[in-house]
Ligand binder design. Structure first.
Ligand code: LLP
Length: 419
């Protein structure tokens, strides 16, 4: 459920008519509903209340400071993957003990910053990384805390680019190596392994892969316990799917019903890292129809947003529902494409779509997660404005980029200027 609805045939975000936003801010425009964002966080929190997990929102899904601050204010922690995300986490005042840090390739500088700050733990993905964290923590005379990321080798049944829990993926450590690493690390002076982490993939719509992965990891925890190795945390990652098309992903309550009994048994403090589930349906991308082009084979609706603004269809062939701001009853088959010089620059292909004319507007739905955060300046396009709607109020949370923003960090070498 979300707060984007038609009223008298006009699409609204909460109590604001989106057409009015377009008049004020232009297009392409990302519009977020504060209420939808918070509702999803609260749904998860309530579903898991019996075990009171720390919900670390996955910053990569949408890293806008306003989104982060809104969630941190509601008690969320943050799941980060870079020094840049650590910077954002600090900017919104997230307590260090509510930050977990994943990534297969953390640099020395990134590790150093996080150790100095005293984050809850690193999700560590390999033995060399573990050694490096020990080395850096020792140099700083600090203790670093770690959850080993386990690769449980389960099939999450999602797009192959966002599958992470198979042994052919670069992520995590297999059980056998994990055991050896835990034993070796017990000799490390400045590092403590306090937990285990799994994250098997993203946009997973069935509970079964989660249950399979959690069962495997619980078996491992039991083995460790028998050998006297005690842990404090189990981080079950993110990956909960949302509705883009006709899929019927589990609700927070249904997901909890399946995994809660398992998690409870561990007696460990549970961490979760949802991204898409919280922010995915809380945002849309609004775009203007520039031209309607008929060719002998197809009809193309050419819009003013491109794959630089929302890359998911181009990269994963992802489906996003597309609505007209003014509700249409007539449909027609067309492709919706952007202005970028690549045939992968599309939002919909051969789809029955609202019949729109030049100058009308479309809303690309469920664009809150991995939309703006994966945007780029390809084709020297200025990235869109982002606004947040709270009931009948509108707040700009990121200005549209200017031409000067595009070249801000570029310099022409002196030898070229002197000619
Ligand atoms: N934790 C870890 C370690 C992750 O790698 C990810 C996402 C998450 C949590 C959050 O996953 P979520 O709850 O959002 O599924 N760009 C792709 C998705 C990439 C996911 C990367 N990792 C997309 O647009 O579908």
């Amino acid at each position: 459920m979300h707060e984007f609805r038609y009223r008298n045939n006009s699409l609204y975000c909460e109590e604001v008519k989106i057409k009015d936003l377009v008049k004020r801010f232009g297009t392409p425009l990302y519009v977020y509903s504060y209420q939808t964002l918070i509702n999803h966080f609260v749904k998860l929190e309530e579903a898991f209340r019996p075990i009171n997990p720390l919900i670390c929102y996955s910053v990569k899904a949408n890293s806008n400071l306003a989104i982060l601050k809104a969630l941190v204010d509601k008690g969320a922690g943050l799941d980060i993957v870079s020094g840049g995300e650590l910077f954002r986490a600090q900017r919104v005042g997230c307590q260090p003990k509510k930050i977990v840090y994943a990534s297969v390739g953390k640099t020395d500088r990134e590790i150093e910053e996080a150790v100095k700050l005293g984050i809850l733990f690193f999700n560590v993905e390999s033995y060399p990384e573990l050694e490096n964290i020990q080395h850096i923590a020792k140099k700083l005379n600090k203790t670093a805390y770690v959850a080993l990321r386990i690769n449980p080798d389960v099939e999450p049944k999602t797009h192959k680019y966002i599958t992470t829990g198979k042994l052919t993926n670069k992520f995590g450590i297999d059980f056998r190596s994990a055991k050896q690493i835990i034993l070796l690390a017990s000799g490390f002076s400045n590092l403590r392994i306090t937990g285990l982490h799994i994250h098997i993939g993203s946009q997973i719509t069935s509970p079964d892969p989660f249950v399979a992965a959690i069962k495997k990891v619980i078996g491992f925890i039991d083995k460790l316990k028998k050998e006297g190795i005690k842990l404090e945390y189990l981080n079950i990652g993110g990956g909960l799917g949302i509705i883009y098309d006709r899929e019927s992903p589990q609700t927070a309550a249904k997901f909890a019903a399946k995994v809660l009994p398992l998690l409870r048994k561990t007696g460990l403090k549970i961490i979760m890292e949802p991204g898409r589930f919280i922010v995915g349906n809380a945002g849309i991308l609004v775009t203007k129809v520039l031209y309607v082009k008929n060719t002998p084979k197809k009809k193309f609706i050419i819009v003013d947003s491109g794959m630089n603004d929302l890359i998911r269809p181009a990269l994963y062939n992802a489906y996003h529902n597309i609505l007209a701001l003014h509700k249409k009853n007539r449909l027609e088959k067309a492709d919706i494409v952007g202005p970028i010089c690549e045939s992968g620059d599309f939002f919909a292909k051969d789809r029955e779509l609202p019949k729109v004319e030049e100058g009308e507007y479309l809303a690309i739905m469920s664009a809150g997660a991995y939309g703006f955060s994966m945007s780029s300046n390809y084709n020297s396009r200025r990235r869109p404005e982002e606004v947040m709607v709270v009931k009948d109020k509108v707040f700009v949370i990121r200005k549209r980029e200017s031409s000067v923003d595009l070249i801000r960090n570029e310099t022409v070498p002196f030898f070229l200027l002197s000619r």
